[in-house]
Design a protein around this ligand. Structure first.
Ligand SMILES: Cc1cc2nc3c(=O)[nH]c(=O)nc-3n(C[C@H](O)[C@H](O)[C@H](O)COP(=O)(O)OP(=O)(O)OC[C@H]3O[C@@H](n4cnc5c(N)ncnc54)[C@H](O)[C@@H]3O)c2cc1C
Length: 138
């Protein structure tokens, strides 16, 4: 069951280079191949938003906006959504100069001046992913 588009967070990135056996791809192509591979082995994808789970008994219930489904097991993989900052151009340049994951995308900015905008202790915890870059911290 997937709400919105298949692929999750990675579909907004234009370069993925860290998957074994895949020299270089983008998020849409990578996850499209994952979908086809899963379907080849019998998986079915249903566009639906999960609203509620009922876990009593052997037959678990998944209540969605497209109906209720039952099964013996449930795997939750609801992921995450990066917190938007809201500046002009943020959505337009997502995955094309605007990154939400220092570990994933840091190397694409090697040798460039970058702004690291982050709450909490996140940027200082990622020194290795950004160590080759001149940094501007906000
Ligand atoms: C800009 C960017 C670039 C990245 N680049 C890389 C990279 O190059 N290499 C790399 O390895 N990783 C990269 N990542 C990290 C990678 O995208 C994540 O690690 C990965 O997407 C996690 O996958 P996931 O399936 O756990 O979660 P997600 O991708 O978050 O997927 C969760 C899915 O669950 C769905 N969902 C949530 N709630 C419900 C509900 N109630 N009902 C139905 N569906 C629901 C969401 O719609 C979504 O489709 C990048 C991330 C970002 C944001």
């Amino acid at each position: 069951m997937i709400k919105n588009t298949i692929g999750g967070q990675i579909i907004i990135t234009s370069e993925v280079v860290n998957y074994p056996g895949v020299l270089k791809t983008d998020g849409v192509r990578l996850t499209e191949n994952m979908r086809r591979q899963a379907e080849y082995f019998g998986a079915e994808f249903r566009p639906a938003e999960v609203k509620e789970l009922s876990l009593d008994g052997d037959r678990k219930e998944v209540v969605t906006d497209k109906g209720t489904f039952r099964g013996l097991g449930i795997i939750l993989a609801t992921g995450a959504s990066p917190r938007r900052i809201g500046f002009q151009g943020e959505m337009e340049f997502r995955g094309r100069g605007m990154a939400y994951c220092a570990t994933c995308d840091g190397e694409f900015f090697t040798g460039m001046d970058v702004f690291v905008i982050g709450g909490g202790l996140r940027p200082p915890r990622n020194p290795f992913s950004l160590q080759n870059m001149p940094e501007g911290y906000i």
